[in-house]
Design a protein around this ligand. Structure first.
Ligand SMILES: [Zn+2]
Length: 146
């Protein structure tokens, strides 16, 4: 599976990761599935509403998800909520053990953006394996989508 994202949307995630540092940023991704590929067409920033330590975890505001579900339903053009993103302050763009414990939805795409005091860094794309034993690394293509 290849995950395609426009450079402007990738930059929006990196910017959010940098601005939120040392906290984790988070948000939802909307887009379309096309054959074996996923095209991200929207990045929707959420407040990190975790009840834990926001430098070590995240939770997307459930209201954002609700609002987006209504939005994609009203569009009716195949756009879906296809995943979410969050940042890893001072840690690599790879899923953590905490992430795996939160991976309930096996068809969700996870984008993880490294962050540091100088800003947002690399982005990685992942999907939980169907038995939720681990994440599978996906190919992320950051190219302009025509
Ligand atoms: Zn994480």
């Amino acid at each position: 599976m290849i995950v395609q994202i426009d450079p402007l949307l990738a930059e929006a995630i990196q910017r959010a990761a940098g601005v939120s540092y040392p906290h984790e940023c988070c948000g939802l991704l909307t887009g379309e599935k096309s054959g074996n590929n996923v095209i991200i067409t929207g990045v929707h920033q959420s407040e990190n509403v975790t009840s834990g330590d926001p430098t070590r975890g995240f939770e997307v505001d459930p209201k954002l998800r609700f609002d987006l579900m209504r939005m994609v339903e009203s569009l009716g053009d195949g756009t879906e909520i296809i995943g979410h993103y969050h940042s890893h302050p001072d840690h690599p763009a790879e899923p953590s053990a905490t992430d795996l414990s939160m991976a309930y939805e096996t068809d969700f795409i996870w984008l993880i953006c490294a962050s540091s005091k100088v800003g947002g860094g690399n982005i990685g794309a992942f999907r939980p394996k169907s038995d939720r034993s681990d994440f599978e690394t996906l190919e992320l293509s950051i190219e302009q989508i025509i």
